[in-house]
Design a protein around this ligand. Sequence first.
Ligand code: E4P
Length: 219
Amino acid sequence: MKFFIDTANLDEIRQAHELGLVDGVTTNPSLCSKAGVTDIDAFHLQIKDICQLVQAPVSAEVLSTASADMVAEAKKLARIHEHVVVKIPMTADGLKATRVLSQEGVKVNVTLVFQALQALLAAKAGAAYVSPFIGRLDDISHTGMNLVEEIMTIYNNYGFETEVIVASIRNPLHILQAAMAGADIATIPYKVMMQLIHHPLTDIGLEKFLDDWRRVQQA
Ligand code: E4P
């Protein structure tokens, strides 16, 4: 299972990358604004810097909503770096844009997917990636992980090559369940990625090992 980091913050990406935990990056307009990226030039520069740092797929989202504008914007984004994957929202216009871009060799990540049939449409349109948002479903008392399981079944049934990025992750359990469901990728916020490393019994165990060793040295 690949781990993407779900942030536009370069420091977070750098730290996770140093731990060898970054197989790719996903951003969205909210994450960019949180990282202090406030205009289009700064956005393009940030995406370029992220690509150069990780040398792996980096999703950058279009801001247009009409398909022709999405296609034009996506092409500009794709020219920033060979690792750019264009994020397109799951709308009728988004679907049209996905088809055009995929046919022209631009990699598309169809985002804001909340229903397995939306994921089927994205795959049929040629998307390289699809992003089901599980945390936002959990937030409204739906079991987000059911969506991932349904998408995996459908994609396996028909041999689609579209990779499933489990998105809107809120806690380590989401990642465990995504791995159990056989999802290709989890895109993980920095805080949750750090939670994966730690366990209180690891800390207690290490402290005890070192204490025992120190005691023998002093005897
Ligand atoms: C990533 O591709 C998504 O944009 C992101 O995971 C959404 O997360 P959120 O629901 O916490 O905003």
